[in-house]
Design a protein around this ligand. Structure first.
Ligand code: ZN
Length: 140
């Protein structure tokens, strides 16, 4: 099988931040890298899960909601993928900052019930707030 694009990124030179991973069919794939790859510190599962709920809700309620294709965590727990339809890096970076700031204002986790989520007990709002705040210090 052919190697897929996300495995071609040199994770030894990749650090925390926001990166454009690639563009295909006008879909821009952004890496929202919260921790340094192979740095020994990874996002906690519960906090990462909460960030997914918070950011997905906020970004899908933003002005660019019609351009959002996907948002979700990386399996390696170092960050998230954000897929945007035709949105360049500068506008995406602004969107990400704005949305994470809004996430910090939420006092409840959206979609946090048994009916709405596949693992509704595994959430950590305090942990999510800490990770988001640290990330905003890097990209904000
Ligand atoms: Zn969930």
């Amino acid at each position: 099988m052919e190697k897929i694009k996300s495995f071609m990124i040199d994770h030894d030179v990749h650090s925390k931040g926001l990166y454009l991973g690639g563009v295909s069919n006008n879909i821009f794939t952004y890496d929202l890298r919260f921790t340094t790859p192979n740095g020994g510190v990874y996002m906690d599962c519960a906090a990462m899960h909460t960030i997914e709920h918070l950011f997905a809700t906020v970004v899908r309620n933003s002005d660019l909601r019609d351009k959002v294709v996907y948002f979700g965590p990386m399996g390696c727990r170092t960050g998230f993928y954000l897929l945007m339809m035709g949105v360049e890096k500068e506008a995406t970076a602004q969107l990400v900052v704005d949305c994470f700031k809004k996430c910090l204002q939420l006092t409840e986790i959206p979609g946090n019930s048994r009916k709405e989520c596949g693992n509704y007990l595994e959430h950590d709002l305090c942990g999510a707030v800490k990770l988001i705040s640290e990330y905003l210090d890097i990209i904000g």
